[in-house]
Design a protein around this ligand. Structure first.
Ligand SMILES: Nc1ncnc2c1ncn2[C@@H]1O[C@H](COP(=O)(O)OP(=O)(O)OP(=O)(O)O)[C@@H](O)[C@H]1O
Ligand SMILES: [Mg+2]
Length: 461
């Protein structure tokens, strides 16, 4: 190799602090950064033993063993700052001919800058970890359950009790009462909260995909199976919780498969030969009492008993109307931030009307009503005219019809949201609530449709 010596010298000068020693450990070369950093002139050190200047040097070890070693040097007489140093042997034709002592940092400021960069990266990593956790795991906690009626207080007590144990929890409640919220809260209060909360929607998953979704699969077990196979939800939930939402919709055909997994606490991947032990906490939710399904022979008795260990029944909104003002206040605060609106409160007359309504869609319906009204009113107090006819049960007056000035107040974003929401509702109405058909009509996948239902709080009855 023919490398210009001048060029090599230039490179060495650009590195941090560099010293080259002979076979015995005597300085033969030190670069400008070394001279500047150590504060000793070149003439004074050349030919001197390194250990005479730095008794703690490790260059002798490198020269003896032929191995690189890392050490540190206290820089400057009056400072205690430390720089990391590398000691490496220089080997030619299998013989140690000398050694090199170097640090990539010119001085402590340089090292400090590097450390700060590392700290910044560490902080970013922590932030990403947190974000990932919020995507993968549950983000609702018991604090999100608003209400101080005695029924809600009792339910919260049950949630605390359930979170202490590992027993299966069955959450029963009408649509929109907060079953998912309760499931998340139990997981987050339990000692499994550092592991995954995995949701399985028993209604949304096609029968033929159920097993591979739940138990995973091995490579090549079916056409289209991913290389290397895939973990199922049970495995993903290991050490955490698995939430079977809409368990009442689980087909009779699939019930024995789930039962087996619940009984044995071990699973077999599709196309796999070995059983895999899993440690998961089971939480299930239903919007109709499972007993009625058992009576109709639509649910296996044994599965019902497995699920019905700790039961948490969520009261419908009409049984705890006293919680409405608190829930509305929470919603107004949250939605003002999300939408950018400036709603200050609600006319007590509206609350009076709300107290007479039966709320079949429960909290979700209340949320929808408030959000819609906030989009219409945008600023000031929510008035009866901002709510639609359903809640007033045909008490619609001219007052409730939106004026054109009011509609001008709507931001483009909220107008767009209303349009999307109404289009989705229209598609669902056209398909008589059939989600697959509605997705087809809209030209979107079922998954995207489910995301929209969730985003716009649309209840399919
Ligand atoms: N007590 C509560 N306080 C505040 N918000 C609530 C409360 N209960 C439910 N919610 C909110 O109401 C909405 C519906 O709740 P959730 O999705 O948990 O209902 P659900 O019972 O699972 O309904 P479905 O049976 O239709 O799936 C969510 O946005 C949730 O955050
Ligand atoms: Mg739900």
């Amino acid at each position: 190799m023919n490398v210009d010596f001048k060029l090599l010298k230039l490179v060495i000068e650009h590195l941090g602090s560099v010293a080259i020693v002979d076979r015995e450990g005597r300085y033969v070369y030190v670069n400008d950064n070394w001279v500047e950093g150590i504060g000793v002139s070149r003439e004074k050190v050349l030919g001197k033993y390194v250990h005479d200047l730095f008794p703690n040097t490790k260059i002798d070890i490198a020269l003896e063993t032929g191995q690189s070693v890392v050490g540190e040097i206290f820089k400057g007489e009056h400072t205690k700052s430390i720089l990391p140093i590398s000691y490496a042997p220089l080997i030619e034709d299998n013989c140690i001919v000398g050694g090199i002592i170097y640090t990539i940092f010119k001085d402590t400021e340089d090292l400090w800058g590097y450390k700060q960069k590392l700290d910044k990266m560490q902080n970013q990593l922590e932030a990403y970890k947190k974000e990932l956790k919020s995507i993968k795991n549950s983000h609702y906690t018991i604090q999100n359950i608003i209400g101080n009626s005695s029924k809600i207080e009792n339910m919260k007590k049950l949630i605390y009790q359930a979170s202490r144990s590992n027993s299966t929890v069955l959450i029963e409640g009408e649509t929109g009462t907060g079953k998912e919220l309760v499931a998340h809260s139990i997981h987050n209060l339990s000692n499994r909260n550092n592991s995954n909360f995995i949701k399985m929607n028993c209604a949304a998953i096609p029968i033929e995909l159920f097993e591979s979704e739940l138990f995973g699969y091995e490579e090549g077990s079916f056409t289209g199976a991913k290389k290397g196979g895939q973990k199922g939800k049970f495995e993903l939930a290991n050490n955490g919780s698995i939430f079977f939402d809409e368990i009442n919709q689980l087909s009779m055909m699939l019930q024995p498969k789930l039962l087996r997994a619940l009984q044995e606490r071990e699973i077999e991947r599709v196309g796999g030969k070995n059983s895999i032990q899993v440690d998961v906490r089971i939480i299930a939710a239903t919007n109709i009492p499972l007993e009625t399904l058992v009576e109709k022979n639509a649910m296996r008795n044994d599965l019902f008993y497995r699920l019905n260990v700790i039961k948490i029944k969520i009261p419908p909104l009409r049984e705890r109307l006293e919680d409405i003002p608190l829930i509305i206040q929470g919603l107004i605060n949250k939605l003002n931030i999300e939408l950018g609106s400036k709603i200050t409160g609600i006319n007590p007359k509206v609350i009076e009307i709300f107290n007479k309504y039966s709320w079949p869609g429960n909290i979700r319906e209340l949320q929808n009503a408030i959000e819609r009204a906030m989009n219409i009113a945008w600023i000031g107090q929510l008035e009866p005219k901002h709510f639609n006819e359903t809640i007033f049960q045909n008490k619609l007056s001219d007052e409730t019809i939106r004026t054109s000035e009011e509609s001008d107040d709507l931001s483009l974003k909220s107008k767009k949201n209303i349009m999307i929401k109404e289009t989705v509702i229209e598609a669902l109405n056209k398909s008589n609530g059939n989600k697959s058909q509605a997705a087809k009509l809209l030209g979107i996948s079922r998954t995207v449709l489910y995301e929209k239902l969730k985003k716009y709080n649309i209840v399919v009855k």
